[in-house]
Design a protein around this ligand. Structure first.
Ligand code: PLP
Length: 396
């Protein structure tokens, strides 16, 4: 007999995937440019030219170097190059030993969660959150508790968080810049979080680990800075990927940082290596380990996303839609004009506008609009967004 839990995950795809698949079919019927697909977070800007250049140069390397296995944790030179870059940017003192290369942020998170979890442990995250956290926490054998969204500005509701922390709390998962709200945690939020976790860790005599899910770290606007979390809370594991910052989601490349300051750092590093082994995630793609090392200081080009953000935010709020102005990532989290976001998403679908109900992110009454699309898609979709709002206003 197969595994029922795995069957459950495999037999139903996510709402996002379903909408995306629907959009592809619908485009065949009504035409590519008549479907306004805001469902998926696939970067719409190409990878920087330096990535292609790096790959071309790497192709000249001997095949056994390029296509052979690296050590399980990744190529030591690559890891040292990444450590040097992070040290330059954030004033840290990491070495290759603090880095574990992964197949994207998904693996960074699932490895870190598995590495830390013992039966009965609990993780806490904040709505709205990336839906796969539930899968990774459950399959590691832990429970996921969710702090309800603070819809004023999507920062942290500390009173609600404090109530959820207890002796079984193993870790807290944060994601800033956030998918789907676009919020960036302020320095004050990160500082308060660090203080609370230190206080609670002492109170219960436990180590509470903070997993910082950061695939959008580089995608911020208006000069906003993203606090580097380990500089505020020593028990932080950084879960990073190049999927969004270098527009390389299909290449599956990222890393985990386990700083030496983390409680029991040596054993946590070994547990990360063990979890990578247990999940079969050893030796991340070698060509792309080497490619990103060559592009380590290449900045992300966020200008197109910023234009899209401005266009969509201004357009939608002028039409009467309510949403917090995102400071990062490439999503707008919009209050649905009716309480049932699923019904709103279905309604929008009738106008060939595809938006994802917030329920799957643990936040009802909102929809996620991914604006990593062409500017034309946004401009063309505006009349449809206007008609949808008019229909809701007529109903009242
Ligand atoms: N975490 C968040 C918040 C994401 O939005 C995503 C992907 O969209 C991931 C993790 C997974 O990223 P990756 O494609 O690098 O595995």
């Amino acid at each position: 007999m197969f595994n029922e839990q795995m069957y459950g995950y495999g037999s139903k795809s996510s709402v996002i995937r379903e909408l995306f698949a629907y959009g592809l079919e619908r485009k065949k019927i009504v035409g590519e440019d008549k479907v306004y697909d805001f469902s998926i977070g696939n970067p719409s800007i190409p990878a920087p030219k330096e990535v292609k250049q790096a790959i071309l140069e790497l192709l000249e390397e001997p095949a056994e170097v390029l296509h052979g296995y690296s050590p399980a944790a990744g190529d030591p030179e690559v890891r040292q190059t990444l450590a040097d870059s992070v040290n330059r940017r954030f004033g840290t003192h990491y070495t290759a030993d603090n880095f574990y290369m992964t197949v994207g942020a998904a693996a960074s998170l699932s490895i870190s969660i598995k590495a830390l979890t013992n039966p009965g442990d609990e993780f806490i995250t904040f709505a709205p959150f990336f839906p796969e956290y539930e899968v990774w926490v459950a399959t590691a054998g832990a429970e996921l508790a969710v702090v309800p969204a603070d819809t004023k500005n999507f920062q942290i509701d500390f009173d609600a968080l404090e109530k959820l922390i207890g002796p079984k709390t193993k870790g807290i998962i944060i994601n800033s810049p956030n998918n789907p709200s676009g919020t960036v945690y302020s320095e004050e939020t990160v500082r308060r979080l660090a203080e609370l976790l230190e206080q609670k860790g002492k109170e219960y005599g436990i180590s509470i680990y903070l997993l910082s899910d950061e695939p959008y770290r580089e995608i911020v606007y208006d000069g906003v800075t993203v606090p580097f979390v380990p500089n505020y809370y020593k028990n932080t594991l950084v879960c990073y990927s190049y999927s969004k910052s270098l527009s390389l989601p299909g290449e599956r490349i990222g890393y985990i940082i386990v700083p030496d300051e983390v409680d029991d750092a040596g054993r946590v590093k070994a547990a990360v290596a063990g979890a990578g082994r247990a999940l079969g995630y050893v030796c991340a793609p070698v060509l792309f380990q080497k490619a990103i090392a060559r592009c380590v200081d290449v900045p992300s080009d966020v200008s197109a996303y910023r234009r899209n953000r401005d266009l969509l935010y201004k357009g939608l709020t002028e039409l009467g839609y309510e949403c917090a102005r995102p400071q990062g990532a490439f999503y707008l989290f919009v209050k649905a004009p009716e309480p049932d976001a699923g019904a709103f998403s279905e309604h929008a679908k009738k106008h060939d506008v595809l938006v994802v109900p917030g329920d799957s992110f643990g936040c009802e009454g909102y929809v996620r609009i991914s604006y990593c699309v062409s500017e034309k898609t946004i401009r063309d979709a505006m009349p449809a967004f206007a008609r949808i709002m008019e229909e809701y206003q007529e109903e009242r």
